[in-house]
Design a binder for this molecule. Sequence first.
Ligand SMILES: [Zn+2]
Length: 255
Amino acid sequence: MKILRLQVPHWDQFDGLVHGFLGRVGGQDRPPNAAFRLSCDDGDDAAAVKQNWCELKQALGLPRITIITAKQVHGDTVLQVSRGDGKLARVGDGLMTDAPNLCVGVMAADCVPLLFVEPARKITAAVHAGWRGTAAGIAARTVALMKEVYRIDPAALHVAMGPSIGPCCYEVGPEVEEQIAANWRQELKGAWRPEGVKGRLDLRALNEAQLLGAGIPQTQISKVGPCTACHIGDFHSYRKEGKSGHQLSFIGWRS
Ligand SMILES: [Zn+2]
């Protein structure tokens, strides 16, 4: 199985870290949408989904790693997960863990996937931030929770944002701008370009501003991969294609 897997080049200095922002992958497709399904949310066949996960982990060379994902609802809930949680899906748009041989993952198709790592303590998190989650400040909330739960120093955190819709393709209405500006007026300045009554939103720039505000050094924030809507050959894009599928982003430590 051919897999497009983007990684943060300088994260290879963190021995034992496994991570990736995946693109479209082929597998047990079910017509009419030829998408590699990793979730049963859309009424997909559970056995096919399970088989897809097995094939994917084999292809990644991580057959024994558990990848935990949550039921995403465009909210700001960040779950603390550990080995005993198995594959049980709870509702949340962010997951964090300090357990070895356990990856946390999020699914996205235009929304921003964010991967967090505190390399000395081997603590990781994965977050899904569309405009609603970004307006709710899920990236900043993740930093605050990692501080509270694991006592990490934000200055020691590294964060990468994966392929997601760029300002080139993300035109939104004034109601979106208003809801974001209610909490992030200052941060929005560098991420919003007005065009008539509408405007173009740079979700990654807005998340970056939130991360900087949360105390993460600029040099430890990376952006990986292109605009999903500009590259539908490699990535799913909800804006460009409607309901099609999602790509997985994941992170964890191999012991
Ligand atoms: Zn684009």
